[in-house]
Design a protein around this ligand. Structure first.
Ligand code: ADP
Length: 206
């Protein structure tokens, strides 16, 4: 019997539901979970050395430099035991190369696919919990998961979304092609309710 895969990546354009589905998936399987975007926002909030270096890139809707994010993820991976899911990493070909060099078992990438008009609609209504990183697109003011106060993300303006979507197409689509050439990438239709998409992920991995 082959061991079931323990190493996962969740990728997709801004507002595709990476965070929601990634967290759900990791919780269900008892995996460790890292969202590089949420972690960077926390580092910026705390004004840590990484946060200070990353701040201007997030403010300008650009990716942070590869060496910075590779260091952050490598440090995190070194501390993990058991399965994990990375949400939002790797997002460029150099990041994908770095990850494939580190991983010692089968890596599966879940590629959440959502059309641009639906992404732009979601960005205009979504809010995030600064405490635990959960994302909501309903009318509640508090986080369903931890009770924190939900806030709009500073980079979730219409212009911010357009810029991040452009960077995604320029840098992350080639990274997906690279991952596809060397590992397993599973495409998931990301349109629908949280539950519907979660079921599609489960079925795709059967
Ligand atoms: P989104 O996918 O909606 O842009 P994230 O929370 O995943 O949101 O990421 C927010 C921001 O954090 C990105 O726009 C980028 O500036 C930075 N970031 C996150 N992950 C990476 C990464 N792997 N490489 C470079 N920058 C990253």
């Amino acid at each position: 019997m082959t061991a079931s895969p323990k190493f996962f990546v969740m990728l997709g354009p801004p507002a595709s539901g990476k965070g929601t589905q990634g967290r759900l998936f990791a919780e269900e399987r008892g995996f460790n979970y890292l969202s590089t975007g949420s972690q960077l926002r926390r580092e910026i909030e705390e004004s840590s050395p990484i946060g200070q270096r990353a701040k201007r890139y997030l403010e300008h809707h650009q990716y942070v430099p590869d060496d910075l994010i590779i260091e952050l993820v490598t440090d995190w991976l070194e501390k993990q035991e058991g399965g994990w899911l990375l949400d939002g990493f790797p997002r460029s070909v150099p990041q994908a190369k770095a990850l494939l060099e580190i991983v010692t078992g089968e890596l599966i990438t879940l590629d959440l696919q959502v059309p641009a008009d639906e992404l732009s609609r979601r960005v205009s209504i979504r809010r995030e919990c600064p405490e635990c990183g959960s994302v909501a697109t309903n009318v509640r003011d508090t986080c369903e998961r931890c009770g924190g106060k939900l806030e709009s993300r500073a980079d979730d303006s219409k212009e911010g979304f357009q810029e991040r979507y452009k960077v995604y197409r320029e840098l992350t689509l080639p990274a997906l092609d690279y991952l596809r050439s060397l590992s397993r990438v599973v495409e998931i239709d990301g349109v629908g309710s949280r539950e519907e998409v979660a079921i599609r992920i489960k079925e795709a991995l059967r």
